[in-house]
Design a protein around this ligand. Structure first.
Ligand SMILES: Cc1cc2nc3c(=O)[nH]c(=O)nc-3n(C[C@H](O)[C@H](O)[C@H](O)COP(=O)(O)OP(=O)(O)OC[C@H]3O[C@@H](n4cnc5c(N)ncnc54)[C@H](O)[C@@H]3O)c2cc1C
Length: 256
């Protein structure tokens, strides 16, 4: 649910999106700010956690299609943004980061997906577990609900446990840092290949111990969402099942 009074813009079918701004997030990821190529502004309404499917006609002989989740929040009314992390040897993620420039026009359709917070169905505490680029839906969700936690349509509390290789790999780190200080929001970043415990980061891969520390006993009072590499999702889901969390309160989104 958005706090903005912006008029609804629901476009169907393939849309033309112009890249208005590109922010270099890390050594291997960029955020692309997209606007309506014809009229400017954001083309479509969406729910935090949803994605767009892009179609690329000029990369190979056959068209290629890839999905990217909005890392922006629906309350940011002037644009939608996607954050793309390069996959080693990947055709589109590297093409996107190398070839797409300010002014490029991309074809996409959407918004698509049910990997969202559902008021009235989900519990008041939303606990999110991510690895790498799998954090993008949660960046959107945190941005969307942080300012009105506990109000109608929003969770009461949000917790994020996210894993990256090193501090150089943290996506949307500055925004997450700002949100961390807010009441009702807890963000734990664990670095698998760099020990920065003195600076407040956790060290090592996501494990049962880290999941238990982040969840802090809230197994029956939270709804859980997990996204990222399959191994992290599998570990989180196994941990939650072991703790007796109902399937209805475990949501997953695979990026692979
Ligand atoms: C619903 C959905 C939302 C997504 N949102 C995002 C997003 O917000 N940001 C983002 O960066 N990516 C996201 N992805 C992943 C994205 O769609 C592509 O799969 C990814 O960019 C790789 O595409 P590619 O063409 O570069 O790699 P390909 O040429 O398709 O694959 C190259 C190799 O990499 C492996 N591979 C493919 N995808 C991944 C992956 N995600 N991680 C690790 N290895 C992989 C393949 O198995 C293959 O071996 C999302 C995927 C889905 C299904």
């Amino acid at each position: 649910m958005s706090l903005t009074a912006a008029p609804k813009r629901v476009k169907r079918g393939w849309m033309n999106l112009r890249v208005e701004r590109i922010v270099h997030e890390t050594h291997d990821s960029d955020t692309f700010y997209l606007v309506d190529a014809d009229e400017g502004g954001r083309v479509f309404d969406y729910i935090a956690g949803q994605y767009l499917t892009f179609r690329f006609d000029d990369v190979e002989a056959k068209p290629l299609v890839r999905s990217y989740t909005m890392s922006s929040s629906p309350c940011q009314a002037d644009f939608a943004a996607v954050t793309i992390k390069r996959v080693e040897g990947g055709k589109i993620s590297n093409w996107f980061c190398d070839q797409v420039k300010v002014g490029s026009v991309l074809r996409a359709r959407g918004p698509i997906g049910k990997f969202v917070y559902e008021p009235g169905v989900d519990r008041g505490h939303l606990i999110m577990v991510a690895g790498g680029s799998g954090v993008t839906p949660f960046v959107s969700i945190l941005r969307e609900y942080a300012s009105h936690l506990g109000q109608a349509g929003a969770p009461q509390r949000m917790t994020l446990l996210v894993s990256h290789r090193s501090s150089q790999d943290i996506l949307c780190g500055a925004d997450l840092q700002l949100l961390m200080g807010q009441p009702g929001i807890a963000i734990h970043t664990t670095l698998s290949r760099e020990n920065l415990e003195a600076a407040g980061y956790w060290y090592g891969r996501i494990s049962d111990q880290k999941l238990a520390a982040a969840i802090n006993g809230a197994y029956q009072t939270a709804t859980f969402m997990t996204c990222g590499p399959q191994a992290i999702m599998d570990q989180a889901v196994a941990h939650l099942r072991q703790a007796g969390v109902e399937e209805a309160h475990i949501k997953t989104e695979s990026f692979e």
